[in-house]
Design a protein around this ligand. Structure first.
Ligand SMILES: [Zn+2]
Length: 291
């Protein structure tokens, strides 16, 4: 079936955006505070982040809705604001994207409760994601991005919820490299994730966070070998290091951009950045990919 995700992927590589959390922190979000409520209280500052990525050349930008599910918002006493925060998040990104004709893929992250150990049932997870996905659709998202997932069962529920509300879905897992190769926190292989997420109805699969661009190239290779869907890749700008000045990421914009060429050569259809990546890095990626 053709949809905006498959359509965009035909003209790959598509440049997506970079990290949002650190950009919001530069604008006053306290470390450890939930960014999602800013869609209501500081919409102008959230829009600055979205606009910075559009200006950098992102063809796809995300939304500030990564943690805007009922389970996480309830911890902040905002369980009754799920719809409002998600709709506002999409509207903010749409305003920033409009001028450049960029697309808005709305972000859905983990609930923070593990299905594997019974903290939440599959049915409950599906309900939580159905509520968030419906609000993101109502706000006008072009597609959904299920991201930073370390539990394949939870990711599959989120993908199914997105499909159920009628949106194309990109499914992005987080892997770590161990002695047996790349695995999610729950021990699932890349091939197992690609297979199950494809069956759940994803239009693209891939990985974000947890590793720098070099390892991400290897994960992209595993994704392309395991299936036929377009591949999404958002590496961190290296691994975080704690210093007296705060958290530092070692991969600068130029090196990050050089690595994006390797991601392209490995077959990645959507290329952006996760933690530590900046509008400057995305701008360098655009320049590198355009040759
Ligand atoms: Zn990240």
């Amino acid at each position: 079936m053709t949809n905006i995700v498959t359509e965009l992927s035909l003209a790959k590589p598509v440049v997506t955006d970079g990290a949002w959390g650190t950009q919001l922190q530069m604008r006053g979000l306290a470390v450890g505070d939930a960014p999602d409520p800013w869609n209501l209280d500081h919409a102008d500052l959230v829009e600055q982040v979205a606009a910075a990525y559009v200006a950098a050349g992102s063809q796809v930008i995300l939304t500030n809705t990564f943690g805007a599910n009922r389970v996480l918002l309830e911890r902040h006493g905002l369980g009754d604001k799920v719809a409002e925060i998600n709709v506002a998040g999409v509207e903010i990104s749409r305003r920033a994207a409009a001028a450049a004709g960029a697309r808005v893929f709305a972000s859905m992250g983990p609930t923070g409760k593990m299905l594997a150990v019974g903290e939440i049932s599959a049915e409950e997870a599906r309900e939580v994601y159905l509520e968030q996905a419906a609000a993101l659709r109502d706000g006008g998202a072009d597609a959904l991005l299920v991201e930073t997932m370390s539990d394949l069962a939870e990711a599959a529920e989120a993908v199914a919820a997105g499909v159920a509300v009628g949106l194309p879905v990109v499914a992005s897992m987080t892997y770590q490299r161990g002695a047996r190769g790349f695995r999610t926190l729950m021990g699932e292989t890349v091939a197992a994730c690609v297979k199950r997420l494809t069956e759940a109805g994803a239009s693209a699969v891939g990985a974000n966070c947890g590793m720098g661009p070099e390892q991400m190239v290897a994960v992209v290779n595993e994704c392309t070998a395991a299936g036929s869907l377009p591949v999404w890749a958002k590496a961190n700008a290296g691994m975080p290091r704690q210093t007296a000045e705060g958290t530092i990421y070692d991969v600068g914009a130029q090196e990050f951009a050089a690595q994006s060429l390797l991601l392209r050569d490995a077959g990645a259809a959507f290329i952006g950045g996760c933690c530590g990546s900046t509008p400057a890095a995305i701008s360098a990626v655009v320049a590198a990919l355009r040759g």
